[in-house]
Design a protein. Structure first.
Length: 245
């Protein structure tokens, strides 16, 4: 009986020590800014994903039943991409909108087989802001984007990386998320330079002073028609110089 009690006490003590160690590690990491990637690799940062959400599954199921004929352009992204009818915006009939609200770059990777099945000539990608909002390390987002680009290119699909869009100053008063956006976009430019791809800087048109211009957004994150109109002009310019035959 004494042995059993001591064993239980030992287990309880170890449990308490583990909790204390975890809390201390998190406090030290925040104080000394231990790279998030380290915590991520150690599974000490929650790996949040939307791939198990009902909305994600619903949207993805629609993509599997849509007709796949005559698609030349794919718009891959999250709610910012999903928020407009691209064929109507650009006056075309060959664009597939593959935006899902709330999606992260891991979700993009999971959806690549659908894009392969469309056999498009070009894929425009915009993502990363949801990843940042969920606390994913920028290094992880960059690795995911690199995976996406390499897989699309291996299937003969030309890729254009669009800058991760800033959020407004009102939505990001401490400038933490937009600072992460700056870091992410710097690495995305490097990927494009390394692989000879076009980096389309949408922020250059829709933002000022390191934040999304309030006149183009209704909630600090998502775009109004005027914002999509400016984005459309950038895409038209790119497509004029991109053969899709």
């Amino acid at each position: 009986m004494t042995f059993k009690i001591k064993k239980q006490q030992t287990i309880a003590l170890l449990t308490v020590l583990n909790v204390i160690f975890f809390v201390a590690l998190m406090i030290v990491s925040l104080h000394y800014q231990v790279p998030q990637k380290v915590l991520w690799k150690m599974n000490l940062t929650a790996k949040k994903t939307v791939t198990n959400s009902t909305y994600y599954d619903m949207r993805n199921s629609l993509f599997s039943v849509y007709k796949k004929d005559s698609i030349k352009i794919v718009m891959l992204g999250n709610s910012i991409t999903a928020g407009v009818e691209w064929n109507e915006l650009l006056g075309r009939g060959d664009i597939a909108n593959r935006g899902i609200g709330g999606d992260i770059t891991e979700g993009f990777i999971n959806r690549l087989p659908d894009i392969y099945g469309l056999n498009p000539k070009i894929c425009f990608i915009m993502g990363g802001i949801n990843d940042i909002g969920r606390g994913l390390p920028v290094d992880v987002i960059v690795e995911n984007m690199r995976t996406i680009v390499e897989n699309l290119n291996s299937h003969g699909i030309k890729t254009v990386i669009q800058s991760t869009l800033y959020i407004s100053k009102q939505a990001d008063p401490k400038k933490k998320r937009n600072a992460a956006v700056d870091e992410l976009n710097k690495h995305l430019k490097e990927i494009c330079a390394e692989k000879g791809l076009l980096f389309l800087d949408v922020n250059q048109t829709l933002s000022s002073d390191g934040a999304l211009d309030e006149k183009y957004t209704y909630d600090g994150v998502h775009l109004l028609g005027s914002g999509y109109e400016k984005w459309r002009d950038l895409l038209v310019s790119v497509l004029k110089n991109t053969p899709l035959n």
